[in-house]
Design a binder for this molecule. Structure first.
Ligand code: DQQ
Length: 649
């Protein structure tokens, strides 16, 4: 560890944080081979301080101009009441972040701060609560997204299916609710489900109903009018349910049917997540008519000790292909992905493996990377995800539910909670053969506006370099880093037991990391969210690269918001440099390393680094290595998301 140099950028409230000394960058991009940027000098400090002051003044003016500074009154003194989340009581996992401190909220949020948190190009309902994506599909020119929705409140409950359509999965039109809990077989909630498009174009929707007696059953619904491009009306099959919990399965451990696929006998198959003791399992049912389902013997797969598997997703990927595959695809050159959402820890795990269509079983390629114990789709906040096959662009698209990282009482004040991720394409990682590549759909690039590029910026150990790009609340960032090879080779430090989550975050200085970017930071660095690489050298001389996001200093709101450090190991192959793509959209930051081999989605709630005060920096907090960064930043326009003008039809 290096010694701690005091600078004006040290956080006063956190002495454990290593300094991020400050090296101003000229307004213009740095040409290749430009002289190294030095550490901060007094004159520059003065200039920076003056700039910060002017900046603060303009921020205050902006905030005052934009909305009244209405402090939200909070009750700090009342006793904290331990309670079980309403989801758990109803047979699903906890749905909200309940805070760290076990106390009621303490931060004086203003309405302007809350208003800033609403995103500009992520899908979210106009108001109230949303969770899992449901039944995504493409029909007659429209991408349809259904979602778990509480029409009455910003907390989980009274779950119905919200509905929206889009021609590009970026700009959305809200439609009326697709299904509400109004029958005995779904009276406690129209829970998660999936769509299957049959070869003749019929659409079969299977979903979990939580019955009037809180039993989880699978129900069938279908469009009232298939020639309606908007699929406004849905009919629930009169003789629902079509599947009930089989013998040996608890009535509240049977949910979330997948998209169906055709088995080796030509019958349709559907998978449903479940639990036996502590083993998460996938049950398989077959049908010929979509109303009568027969359970197959055994399970598709199960992993002891992983708990209930929610929102199972099961689909093929092409091993060397560049396209996605329809769900029934099977044959040489194809692997199958099994994904499940772990009720116990609320993370989405996947594994690549072989599907045997005769026995209807799936075997992971690497038992050590099995579902629930190996790879995750995303190492941040990302849950209950679901894919569909986009027959138009021949690609598999993944949606994920991004919950809030603030407390429920704040969600109620904001009047909304949760987002959907930017949809991601899913491809097999042909280079590693062990991972998937998840990448924001190309349509999001249509929102890119002004861009600024900085090439070959030298980041000396301990430097923080501001990037002069103006406001930084809506960005698409692509960055590539190069670590000085000579130093890398000469380094003898063995630092192999690194772990983003248990590390000291971006403050923890090693010889070869951390280095990366600071998003949603203010000029004085009182708030900052580092997204970074940390290279650890193994005893045999090989390297391991970690990709992390550190929320520990992301907000002055303290315990009211998520302060964890997220991340994982990411394979960086010999011919690759550490690269990242980061989408910043107000309170959500989606980060992708190595073309999507590792992803980290976080929710960030700054109190200072908002509106015009949000800034972007490069940093290198390693002690022993120079890093060169090349970075391109686009400002992002807002997506058009509003109600469909049905009255004008
Ligand atoms: N959400 C739904 C369930 C599912 C859970 C209920 C996952 O069907 O298991 O809102 O978040």
């Amino acid at each position: 560890m290096d010694t701690h140099h005091a600078t004006s950028h040290d956080l006063l409230h956190d002495e454990a944080y290593a300094p991020l000394p400050y090296s101003p960058l000229p307004d213009h991009p740095v040409p290749a081979g430009a002289p190294a940027l030095g550490q901060r000098r007094p004159l520059k400090v003065f200039a920076a301080t003056l700039a910060s002051l002017m900046f603060l003044v303009s921020l205050v003016a902006l905030v005052i101009h934009q909305s009244p500074q209405t402090p939200v009154t909070v009750d700090n003194d009342g006793p904290f009441i331990e309670r079980e989340g309403r989801g758990v009581a109803q047979g699903v996992s906890e749905k909200s972040f309940l805070g760290f401190s076990g106390r009621r909220l303490s931060f004086n949020w203003t309405t302007a701060m809350f208003a800033w948190q609403r995103t500009a190009f992520h899908f979210q309902p106009e108001k109230n609560w949303m969770n899992d994506p449901d039944g995504p599909l493409f029909h007659m020119g429209w991408y349809h997204l259904f979602y778990q929705y509480n029409p009455d409140s910003a907390v989980w409950g009274n779950i119905t299916w919200g509905h929206a359509v889009s021609t590009d999965m970026i700009h959305w039109l809200y439609l009326p609710l697709a299904m509400v809990p109004d029958r005995w077989f779904d009276l406690n909630g129209v829970w998660t489900g999936s769509a299957t498009i049959l070869p003749d174009g019929q659409i079969i929707m299977l979903y979990t109903g939580d019955t009037n007696n809180s039993v989880q059953v699978q129900n069938l619904a279908y469009p009232a009018n298939l020639s309606d491009p908007l699929l406004l009306h849905w009919i629930k099959y009169e003789n629902n349910p079509v599947m009930v919990p089989p013998a040996g399965i608890a009535s509240d451990d049977f949910r979330d049917p997948t998209t169906m696929w055709v088995g080796s006998d030509g019958n349709w198959r559907v998978a449903v997540g479940s639990l036996v003791n502590t083993t998460g399992i996938v049950l398989v049912f077959q049908t010929t008519n979509f109303t009568d389902f027969e359970q197959l013997d055994g399970v598709l797969h199960g992993v002891p000790g992983t708990g209930m598997w929610e929102c199972v997703d099961f689909y093929p990927v092409s091993i060397n292909g560049l396209y996605g595959l329809d769900t029934s695809a099977y044959g040489p050159g194809i692997k199958h992905v099994l994904k499940a959402s772990m009720d116990d820890n609320r993370h989405d795990y996947y594994a690549l493996g072989e599907y045997d269509p005769v026995t209807d079983t799936w075997t992971p390629d690497d038992p050590e990377l099995d579902v629930g114990i190996g790879l995750r789709l995303d190492y941040g906040k990302y849950y209950a995800s679901k894919t569909f096959y986009d027959q138009v662009k021949k690609r598999r698209i993944l949606y994920g539910w991004i919950s809030e990282g603030d407390v429920e009482s704040d969600d109620l004040k904001k009047g909304w909670a949760s987002l959907q991720s930017i949809p991601r394409t899913v491809l097999h990682d042909n280079k590693t053969g062990t991972h998937l590549l998840l990448w924001p759909i190309e349509e999001v690039e249509s929102l890119r506006t002004n861009s600024t590029e900085f090439e070959d910026v030298l980041l000396e150990p301990g430097s923080v370099v501001p990037l002069d790009i103006g406001s930084a609340s809506q960005l698409d960032i692509v960055a590539e880093f190069e670590v000085d090879n000579e130093t890398l080779e000469a380094m003898v430090e063995a630092d192999v037991i690194y772990n983003c989550s248990t590390s000291a975050g971006a403050a923890g200085r090693g010889a070869l990391g951390p280095f990366g970017i600071l998003v949603l930071a203010d000029d004085t660095l009182s708030e900052l969210t580092p997204i970074y690489f940390y290279i650890a050298k193994d005893t045999d001389g090989s390297y391991k690269t970690f990709f992390c996001t550190d929320l520990s200093r992301s907000s002055l709101a303290g315990d009211d918001v998520d302060q964890r450090i997220y991340g994982s190991l990411v394979p960086v192959l010999d011919d690759e440099k550490p690269t990242m793509r980061v989408l910043v959209d107000h309170s959500i930051v989606e980060s992708f390393s190595q073309e999507g081999r590792a992803c980290i989605t976080t929710r960030v709630y700054p109190t200072e680094a908002i509106y015009g005060a949000a800034r972007l920096f490069l940093f290198n907090n390693a002690t022993g290595v120079n890093v060169t960064a090349s970075i391109k930043i686009w400002e992002m326009a807002s997506a058009d998301i509003h109600p469909y003008p049905l009255d004008q039809q």
